[in-house]
Ligand binder design. Structure first.
Ligand code: SF4
Length: 324
């Protein structure tokens, strides 16, 4: 059966009722919710594989961005045993207008987490894993050391697994980025999320050019590392702004660009200004390739951690093809 996941009317789980998930948004008026078009359709998460992945995540006390962000692809990904682990807790110190991850004061780091993540990766037999995190502005290094430990633990437990990290911006944390790059993940992803003109309303705690510079710095530190970034569209951006962002990312030598439709987690979040058509996504993809990206994924349900195993193989092949 095909259903549309609409989380805007979900009744909160009992645990969620006790704490306000997004205290900074609670006072905001409800936003208008646009009806989803027929091309935003996903399967309801119900398969055996989905339940097995869920059990594994629970038994290792892991947090996934798949659940925390309310990702529409969870049924498909978890059925294939593909989950994106979110480290350093489930509470974020930023308050982006688009994000469903809970905000507030985070708990202390779980020192057993690197081993638990590594065990789960080995048990799931993952060829490629994506590790992301909440923003930890409260930590002196923004969580760089913890990222490093998770990468090392996975390398030790599952040496053939390739590792992709999706990091925060480590804003004002000197040395943090250098430390994470030195741990040698295979792919370094940092999402721009939206065009610069939207930053104040969509991503107020971040700075556009800091994020561009971060991606550029990764390549300077290790020219062999694949770099990746993604944006959501449907947040009121103009087409020309998206094209300018592509140029900025190419200036930073970013290899892989992902573009997906923004979906509104609740009525307190930023509204969907419009649903971008599949034809427009295809057009963005074509233009991005002409601008020189090694790989582009642009479709309504593209998410930066969707199909990453297959994409990594294609990314390597695309680089090899370009080598003299
Ligand atoms: S696309 Fe990424 S976040 Fe969404 S379910 Fe798949 S792995 Fe999880």
């Amino acid at each position: 059966m095909v259903t549309i996941l609409d989380r805007t009317n979900l009744v909160p789980a009992p645990a969620d009722e006790k704490r306000v998930r997004h205290p900074e948004k609670a006072h905001k008026p409800d936003t208008e919710v646009l009806r989803k078009p027929e091309w935003i359709r996903v399967k309801a998460p119900a398969s055996k594989g989905y339940h097995e992945t869920r059990e594994l995540v629970r038994s290792h006390k892991l947090v996934t961005v798949c659940e925390e962000a309310g990702c529409p692809n969870i049924g498909e990904c978890w059925d294939k045993k593909h989950a994106t682990f979110m480290i350093m807790g489930e509470i974020c110190t930023r308050a982006c207008a688009f994000c469903n991850v809970a905000t507030g004061k985070p708990n202390a780091l779980d020192l057993e987490e690197p081993q638990n993540v590594a065990k789960a990766v080995r048990q799931m037999g993952l060829a490629h894993v994506v590790i992301t995190s909440v923003d930890r502005d409260d930590l002196a290094d923004g969580g760089a050391e913890h990222f490093e430990k998770v990468i090392w633990a996975i390398r030790a437990a599952s040496p053939n697994t390739t590792i992709e990290i999706l990091t925060p911006d480590f804003l004002k944390k000197p040395g943090a980025l250098e430390r994470v790059v030195a741990a040698k993940p295979d792919v370094f992803n940092h999402n721009m999320e939206t065009v610069p003109g939207n930053y104040l309303t969509v991503r107020p705690g971040a700075r556009y050019f800091h994020s561009v510079r971060l991606l550029q710095r990764v390549k300077e530190l290790d020219p062999t590392m694949f770099t990746k970034s993604g944006i959501m569209v449907g947040l009121g951006e103009e087409r020309n702004e998206v094209l300018q962002l592509m140029d900025d990312l190419r200036t930073a030598d970013v290899d892989f660009l992902t573009i997906g439709q923004y979906l509104q987690p609740t009525r307190k979040h930023h509204k969907v200004e419009r649903f971008v058509t599949p034809e427009e996504f295809k057009s963005y993809e074509d233009i991005a390739y002409t601008k020189g990206f090694l790989m582009v994924s642009s479709s309504p349900l593209t998410r930066s951690s969707h199909h990453t195993g297959d994409d990594f193989a294609r990314l390597k092949a695309a680089r090899e093809k370009r080598l003299p």
